[in-house]
Design a protein around this ligand. Sequence first.
Ligand SMILES: [Mg+2]
Length: 225
Amino acid sequence: MTQMGPTELVVLLDVDNTLLDNDRILAALENDLADVLGAEHSERFWAIYEQVRAEFDFVNFPATIERFARECSDAACVGKVSAALYDFRFSEFLYPESLAAVQRVASFATPVILSDGDQLFQRHKIRASGLEDAVSGNVLVYVHKEQEVGDIRRRFPASHYAIVDDKPRIHAAMKAAMGEQLTGVMVCQGKYAHDPAHHDFPDADITIEGIAGLLALTAEELGPR
Ligand SMILES: [Mg+2]
């Protein structure tokens, strides 16, 4: 069996609900914004957030803040929203084993963050949580990452890829695009963990209960099958 070196295997790591507990982050942000803005303005903010998400087809905090700023009658509110979002304590919402799991992957492969979102706030979140440093700056953010396989391959050439993600839809799309060159690791965190409709994941090669499960996986298991 060939020993896989760092240039041969790239491990693509999702952020939201894979390394970072985004469900809890959104709940905490809701509380924080209700505290600093009061009920009326914070309800308006989240209504705009949903509106923007539907229009752009992804969570877009910069566009949400822009629209909120234009609408909000109280000028001080805009600064408060911006501060609450950009000063948020993201590093406290990493799953307990997230950084260890990234380090473990880095011992036998090149870990790359592969996240969906906007280039401002999503990147801020990845940096502020400590994840950007953990992957030595190897961060890719796309609006729809499953449509960017060509760009991913060009930026991080490798003979084999693994993807670690909590969304069955992403596994299906990536597998369709990359076939045998990809090993899929489904992480049963976030809403899929307790959804009885999602008990097997035909598009993933390996299923783990949480990100800590990555600590037990070897280069051979993540490599070509
Ligand atoms: Mg995710």
